[in-house]
Design a protein around this ligand. Structure first.
Ligand SMILES: [Zn+2]
Length: 139
């Protein structure tokens, strides 16, 4: 089963060249004077780098939250009022824009069936691209 894995994008930013005698500023890429472990030439460059990092992270979190919320609304649209379960097909989910890669958690029952949840609503893949939709029982 595929697991969600989000690599923070800054993992792709190489460490400043601590091995070299001269490092370059992570913001403006000019050589940094002073200690070899310095990553920025001044506070301005440090702040703008950190702000950029924060807004990129915020965007990522917002986009994932939006996708999860949309998935939940899509699941909800298949339930009749008061019904605890529903059934639909993969195509119908996809038509509404359901994104299978986004879910909040999984639940495996005693039979070993794994349910995927978007908050309180979940689905269990059945045969032939059918899906059983469930609501989490209130605790
Ligand atoms: Zn700089």
């Amino acid at each position: 089963m595929k697991k969600l894995l989000y690599l923070p994008f800054w993992k792709s930013i190489p460490n400043s060249m601590t091995a070299a005698n001269q490092s370059t500023c992570l913001t403006c890429h000019k050589p940094v004077k002073g200690r070899t472990d310095k990553k920025f030439c001044d506070d301005y460059c440090r702040n703008s780098f950190n702000n950029q990092l924060k807004s990129a992270t915020n965007n990522l979190v917002r986009n994932i939250n939006n996708a999860l919320g949309k998935n939940r609304r899509i699941l909800e649209s298949f339930f009749n009022k008061e019904e605890a379960i529903a059934k639909t097909t993969k195509n119908k989910l996809l038509e509404k824009g359901f994104l299978f890669k986004y879910f909040t958690h999984t639940y495996t029952n005693k039979k070993g069936n794994m349910y995927f949840f978007c908050y309180d609503l979940g689905y269990l893949p059945l045969e032939n691209d059918w899906y059983l939709l469930v609501k989490r029982k209130k605790e």
